[in-house]
Unconditional design. Structure first.
Length: 292
């Protein structure tokens, strides 16, 4: 799934990305949590020497908290998905429940990280905001090159290619007939990359404006925390204008329908492949959670 959050949200959703990317990423993420996330953040902010020690310490504490308090809960969620695969079918409503479950867990991580994000926002300097703006602009240009080129058919093919890459990771190879069913479900989803681009840029501008206001006015800590919490909440709503809500709701529904299709066209062998993937992920969650 795509992670379409603005900068602060993505800081902590990296933890969920480790889980959703698979077992190797989860182990790598926790083994190198003090470096991967740090260097990822540094690419956006360009930390000053005096910021580096406490930023690393904050990241370490967040990973430690997440490992001790969240991973067993994730293992339980993955176990529920396993049971659905063992049953052999999945309904879109069940997939939407999974979306909500992941969303709630992401919100928990973000809420936990607000004190650390407040420290970062209060310490950020004008040059770092400019560096962030340049990085976001470069990312936007990459997005335009990848997602805003070609006609509708080109964009549909690109989207389907990314879907199949994830599906094949979990289920293994699909037949031509299966791919045809998945392609139909993929193409049925609303497609408007320009709306995603508009939302992306607006969220980035809101972030930059917030950071400039904090840097210039140095408001009280509790005020900054509220600003960050409000920014995250608005980012989770997934739309800026009321007229975009139907598009984003349709995208979510289309994703649920497509994932349901993938599960339901999978053979027993393919479902067993996904069950084994999930089992390894569950075992890794328990093993990592025990390292406290």
């Amino acid at each position: 799934m795509q992670l379409r959050r603005a900068f602060f949200a993505r800081v902590t959703l990296v933890l969920l990305a480790f889980l959703l990317a698979g077992c190797n990423a989860l182990r790598l993420g926790y083994a190198n949590g003090d470096t991967f996330v740090y260097w990822w953040l540094d690419g956006y902010v360009d930390f000053a020497d005096e910021q580096k020690p406490w930023v690393r310490a904050h990241i370490d504490r967040l990973f430690d908290w997440h490992r001790k308090t969240q991973l067993r809960d994730y293992a339980q969620l993955f176990g529920q998905v396993q049971q659905r695969l063992q049953r052999g079918s999945a309904q879109p409503a069940e997939i939407r429940e999974d979306f909500d479950a992941i969303r709630k867990r992401a919100a928990t991580i973000l809420e936990k990280s607000i004190p650390e994000l407040t420290d970062l926002a209060l310490s950020i300097q004008p040059g770092q905001i400019a560096h962030l703006e340049q990085k976001l602009a470069a990312n936007n240009e990459k997005y335009r090159r990848e997602y805003l080129r070609g006609n509708v058919d080109d964009r549909q093919r690109l989207r389907f290619k990314k879907v199949m890459k994830q599906a094949e990771y979990w289920f293994g190879n699909f037949s031509d007939e299966q791919e045809a069913h998945i392609r139909k479900a993929s193409d049925a989803r609303p497609l408007d990359n320009d709306i995603w681009m508009t939302e992306r840029v607006r969220r980035q501008q809101e972030l930059l404006q917030m950071l400039r206001k904090i840097q210039a006015e140095k408001p009280a800590r509790e005020v900054v925390s509220k600003m960050i919490r409000d920014f995250i909440r608005h980012s989770f709503e997934n739309f800026t204008y009321a007229e975009h809500k139907a598009f984003f709701d349709g995208s979510s529904e289309g994703m649920a329908q497509m994932i349901s299709t993938i599960i339901n066209v999978a053979t027993p062998e393919q479902k067993a492949h996904a069950i084994r993937r999930l089992q390894k992920l569950i075992e890794d969650c328990h093993e990592l959670a025990a390292k406290s």
